[in-house]
Design a protein around this ligand. Structure first.
Ligand SMILES: Cc1cc2nc3c(=O)[nH]c(=O)nc-3n(C[C@H](O)[C@H](O)[C@H](O)COP(=O)(O)O)c2cc1C
Length: 172
């Protein structure tokens, strides 16, 4: 059984969280982590666990307009420069009825705003008929461009580990 982590990230914070989650998953599962622009259009039967995450923009998943706004705020090139997880999920095909999934996002710690990209991702996964095995999980940044709140990378790694613990260990 393999795990696939698909992330979207403007300033790099969600990318760091995705990589920490993948590290936790990799303690038990063969794990691949990919930026959404390189993610497959179809999740094959070798993938048993799909983990999807992105930054919270305007209370949910990003849209082309919020990504443009992020680009205007940034002094660096963005990590994700094409479609986001919203567009990827809208076009996604899944092969396996047994596929399990989990969603995560990043959001600002203060002020704590309502809404979460992860909740939108979970909803979309359920509509696709994919089992969502864990509550949507948020990780926190101190401001729009980051950095992450102290301890969030370790919390992400542990979350990945706990997701992987629900699955049989990959052999071979
Ligand atoms: C256009 C835009 C809208 C945002 N809207 C929200 C929001 O509604 N709630 C929130 O908590 N953070 C919001 N943020 C902050 C992002 O969640 C933050 O930039 C993100 O977690 C950083 O992750 P990244 O480095 O992977 O892009 C917004 C940021 C941008 C650029």
């Amino acid at each position: 059984m393999d795990a696939l982590v698909v992330y979207e990230s403007m300033f790099g914070n969600t990318k760091q969280i995705a990589e920490a989650i993948a590290e936790g998953l990799a303690t038990r599962l063969r794990t691949e982590v990919v930026e959404v622009g390189s993610a497959p259009a179809k999740v094959g039967p070798e993938v048993g666990l799909l983990v999807v995450g992105g930054p919270t923009h305007a209370f949910s998943m990003s849209r082309a307009s919020t990504r443009r706004s992020a680009a205007q705020q940034s002094t660096q090139p963005l990590v994700s420069r094409g479609d986001g997880v919203r567009e990827w999920l809208a076009a996604l095909a899944t092969a396996s009825a047994a596929l399990a999934s989990a969603a995560f996002d990043t959001r600002v710690a203060k002020p704590r705003l309502p809404g979460s990209a992860a909740r939108g991702i979970s909803r979309r996964l359920r509509r696709l008929g994919v089992k969502v095995m864990a509550p949507a999980q948020s990780f926190y940044v101190t401001g729009t461009e980051g950095p992450l709140v102290a301890g969030e990378l370790e919390r992400a790694r542990r979350w990945g580990e706990s997701l992987a613990a629900s699955f049989p260990v990959t052999t071979g």
